[in-house]
Ligand binder design. Structure first.
Ligand code: PRP
Length: 213
């Protein structure tokens, strides 16, 4: 059987993705034995898994190093990678939001651009661009909630899951940008050349999702 390479995000999303793949007949690697290895083989040798930073999953799939990948819609929106987005997998659900102190928007100087701290500069540009609002984007790589607290930004654009991080830092959701969840992405060439492996897997995943209450 031709080998399939699957890019998974390191962490919680990757673990959920692997659980779904195993329900769909993919022989998964023994993660508990993986240690810090980033490339793992299944027991049968038919499937290889690469564990990468969540924001790098689309890059591996776009470049064909991985045939398929599972990644959050937030990352896909930010990267706009030329890959096929085949399925909404339902898990990993959260919201992309504009958040900040409750009075962040009313306190803002009318003449000044809104300062938005975010890991998603392209999403922020598109969201405010569609509303004709000029913003000053401050790209951060994590702990974005600190932005308004230390006066670096007026608001943030970030993912909100439980809302705990916002609450503990005295902030609220001010606007919801969109709902997000994990997506199955496929390399454009692989869908043709390895269709015999990928298409049945997609069908199995669809069935598994229908069976999920
Ligand atoms: C994400 C996100 C928020 C937090 C939201 O950060 O950027 O900070 O989770 O989750 P909550 O609503 O359940 O509190 P992550 O944990 O990925 O770390 P980071 O700040 O380093 O990006």
């Amino acid at each position: 059987m031709e080998q399939l390479t699957i890019a998974l995000a390191k962490g919680r999303l990757g673990e959920k993705a692997l659980a779904l793949l195993e329900r769909c007949g993919v022989d998964g690697p023994a993660l508990e034995e993986a240690g810090r290895k980033l490339g793992l083989q299944d027991r049968s040798g038919d499937t290889r898994f690469i564990l990468v930073k969540p924001s790098d999953v689309p890059t591996y799939v776009e470049r064909g190093v991985a045939d398929i990948g599972i990644v959050g819609k937030d990352t896909l929106m930010e990267m706009s990678s030329p890959v096929y987005e085949m399925l909404d997998l339902g898990f990993g659900g959260c919201r992309l939001c504009i958040a900040g102190p409750q009075d962040a928007l009313s306190k803002q100087e009318p003449s000044a651009n809104l300062r938005v701290a975010t890991k998603y500069p392209n999403v922020a540009r598109a969201y405010y661009g569609a509303r004709g609002v000029h913003i000053d984007i401050i790209k951060l790589n994590g702990s974005v909630e600190l932005g308004p607290l230390v006066g670096l930004s007026d608001v943030i654009l970030d993912i909100v899951e439980s809302g705990r991080t916002l609450k503990e830092n005295g902030m609220d959701v001010l606007e919801e940008v969109c709902q997000i969840s994990a997506r199955l992405i496929v390399n454009r060439v692989s869908l043709k050349t390895k269709g015999r492996r990928i298409k049945p897997l997609i069908e199995e995943m669809k069935k598994a999702l229908e069976d999920t209450p």
